[in-house]
Design a protein around this ligand. Sequence first.
Ligand SMILES: Nc1ncnc2c1ncn2[C@@H]1O[C@H](COP(=O)(O)OP(=O)(O)OP(=O)(O)O)[C@@H](O)[C@H]1O
Ligand code: NI
Length: 321
Amino acid sequence: MTERPPVLSVRGLSVRFLMPGGRRVAAVTDARFEVAAGECLALIGESGCGKSVLASALLGLLPANAETAGEAGLDGLDLLSADERTLARTVRGRLIGLVPQSPAAHLTPVRTVRSHLEETVAALTGTRGRRATRAAAEASAARAAFPADHLDRHPHQLSGGLAQRAATALALVGDAPLLLADEPTTGLDRELVERTVDELRRPIDEAGRALLMITHDLSAAERIADRIAVMYAGRIVEIADATAFFGTPGPRHPYSRGLLQALPDRAFAPIPGMPPELDALPDGCAFAPRCPRATDACATPPRPTGTVACHHPHVPEDARA
Ligand SMILES: Nc1ncnc2c1ncn2[C@@H]1O[C@H](COP(=O)(O)OP(=O)(O)OP(=O)(O)O)[C@@H](O)[C@H]1O
Ligand code: NI
């Protein structure tokens, strides 16, 4: 993976929400990761840990009370300091293709799939003329394996799988080097989850796109991702190769191990306790109160190493337990 150049390079990304009364919510703290061409990085972690805020920061879609720090390089541009005009004209759709959370809701009910695609083609690619637009729309449908004979259907006439392909086709129109999917499989049954992630994998493998996929569905992450980034209380606590993470030797951070042990097909043992409030984070490791391996050392913040931020990570020899 390292030999491929990063498409997205995030360095020290932090997001603070300034709340009434001077309260500060530390939604994302010092996030650091890269996503390469032809690679999927899955960002996982419990609800409220900051995944969607991180995505909104990349897209320039944070509310006005948000303050950001750090850098997020994409195609020679720093997404965090880009102005709204640049974000609207060159980032959203063109540099970042957004795969929506709920494709059926994202599509306008009164319009056909063809009309959605043609409008997006005209807006993003500069294609002019009816025939050229029609041909480009059909080509983008084909790239997402959306069947040509369903192009004149309305969203409600599509199965969940085809609605997802239509949404993916729209995300691919602008030829964006980075695809961003926030919970693309929420609410889908298992079979549709698998089909959806397989469809999302296609542009990565066939067109060398980079995919940042946010999910709390670990089996979807295992199926699609090359690498896994685990987020806890706003921080990325571990980044690992997906095969090693889900297989042997397994994750190194106690939180990551807890997430896997909570799965029904593993120990089905939830992590005790709750994540801390993001406006009252402890000085030391935020996971320490729930951590079976915590010691006095955890009162100080763990030093991020780029792979695991923990005072006492599992090492491969003891990671079999
Ligand atoms: N506009 C906002 N103002 C203040 N706090 C916010 C705002 N938006 C999000 N937050 C807080 O930021 C934290 C992270 O939220 P985020 O939506 O990123 O979580 P998530 O990891 O995506 O969770 P989920 O899996 O439920 O989608 C939460 O504590 C949330 O309450
Ligand atoms: Ni979210």
